[in-house]
Design a protein around this ligand. Sequence first.
Ligand code: GTP
Ligand code: SPV
Ligand code: MN
Length: 601
Amino acid sequence: MQKIAPAISVLAGLGENKPQNQAVLDWVHEVELLAKPENIFWCDGSEGENEFLLDQACRQNVLIKLNEKKVPRSYLHRSNPNDVARVEQFTFICTPTKEEAGPTNNWSEPGETYSRLRDLLKGAMSGRTMFVIPYIMGPPDSPITKVGFEITDSIYVVLSMRIMTRMGTVAINRLGRDPKAEWNRGVHSLLDVDPARRFICHFPQDNTIISVGSGYGGNVLLSKKCLALRIGSYLARKQGWMAEHMLILGVESPAGRKHYVAAAFPSACGKTNFAMLIPPRHFKGWKVATVGDDIAWMQIRDGRIYAVNPENGYFGVVPGTSYKSNPNAMKSIAHDSLYTNVALTDDDDVWWEGKNGAPPEHAFDWRGRDWTPDSKEKAAHPNSRFTTPMRNNPALDSDVEKGEGVPISAIIFGGRRSDTMPLVFQAFDWEPGVYLGATMASETTAAATGAVGQVRRDPMAMLPFCGYNIGDYFRHWLDIGKRLTNPPLIFNVNWFRKGAHGQFLWPGFGDNMRVLKWVIDRCEDSGGAVKSPIGWLPTPNDVDLEELAVEHKCIVELLGIDHKEWQRELTEHKKFFDSLGGVVPEELLRQRENLEARFKH
Ligand code: GTP
Ligand code: SPV
Ligand code: MN
């Protein structure tokens, strides 16, 4: 068997970017004594370092260089077939008490967990290189920006973190020498990539993350779900801001009026696609620009919400990405990108289900096995991903680096629902809007291991990412509302409603502009709607459907609510709240009663 992550021989002048901060040095030393690496590589984030590490990764077969003409400076990575998605059942919030982690998280006692992890990490990096990655989350000049250090024995993690975060010297400078400064400690080791020894543990009180036994995405790029959401949400509540699983986009009308919108959809439910939307031809002069595709850090200023994207790149779902569905993503991943678990063609190009053009006659599937169009299994894993710098995105918003963030006019919740949820509606106010987010549900996807297609409640798309008690999280949302004099309007969308034959009723993708336009109209007090029990619903006349080839009866179905389905939905809301065991704030329980009452009138 191939050795996992053998040490690299470090070239002179590389890997020497040691920070001055004594707290960091002490912590690295402590992990070194425990994990016993062969050598330490202190990353600086430079071009030369990246070139060197890419070359090393190819030599170790961690990466395969792709066809330089077809996808310049890009590489394929194949993860272990037992390690292809986030593992929610092995993800823990280690707070002193179980109550602090709340009813939706796996909890594990901190002292015991540290000692179990220490045992696992003992000598875990022997014969390996230990990389120290300094990074920041947020624009360099933002007051909200946080510093993190990730220690890892995976070269793939280093190369990915360089794309996903602002990495290297910028972080060392931001932290400075103050040993008391706030920064996140992240330790990651592949160990032997065995699911039996795979744990993703968060210690919010210590601002610490320890992740072992995986080499995949959200389990190991500790900046992302672990810091920016789980630890982030904990810090946000304590410090009075919000860390949310939301895309951020800017939308500009032909008249030059611009709004920013944040949208929370669960994993693999359309955030990246919505954030990169290209309006259909009929919307000539409208422009959509991306601020972020996965995470929003939001602050309140002058009674308004302002958002920044803490990330620097996109870790996006590959299957289904094409010039038809998402041209901006296709252009972004055409160069300088890492691909994970897609298929490799005979000419070293990448392929996946849903890419433009005919499938190749022969390829190697995501595990590296022979594949032809007759094969029963998919060529690319359903959760195969691209890692690409946000600078590759032709639609990147001009204010993406703005430290103070962009003002948010609307918050949109949305899930993957075959039935019940209409294409779009608007909550009556902030509190009913929080209820809407708190009760949202979605069919599960391949982004996490486990069954796919089952409806589960996923409050604010944060079920797997809220680093503390969900009841306190709801309370935080309600409290935020009280501080807002100019609150964003709150909406719900569903791109995934299906007709009687199991087909999607709505074309989605670029045509979601039609829904976005209605949202913007509502923000400008100009969009029409009718009052319904669940909120303000547009009629077919209120949504711009020009040049859309969808039958009128489908539109009526999409925009309608079925009272029978909603009775079931209300029962599910109650069941969900009951399952949380008394942590749900009074206001939300009252919202549920109000909703039920509105259906009776
Ligand atoms: P994470 O990165 O896991 O957080 O996912 P995401 O929310 O960014 O989802 P993404 O945009 O990558 O989309 C996931 C899947 O949904 C892809 O296969 C898309 O092709 C599909 N999808 C996205 N938008 C739409 C849409 O409007 N309609 C339909 N039918 N499918 C969509
Ligand atoms: C998600 O699952 O929401 C993702 C992918 O964005 S991962 O980084 O693996 O969490
Ligand atoms: Mn996500």
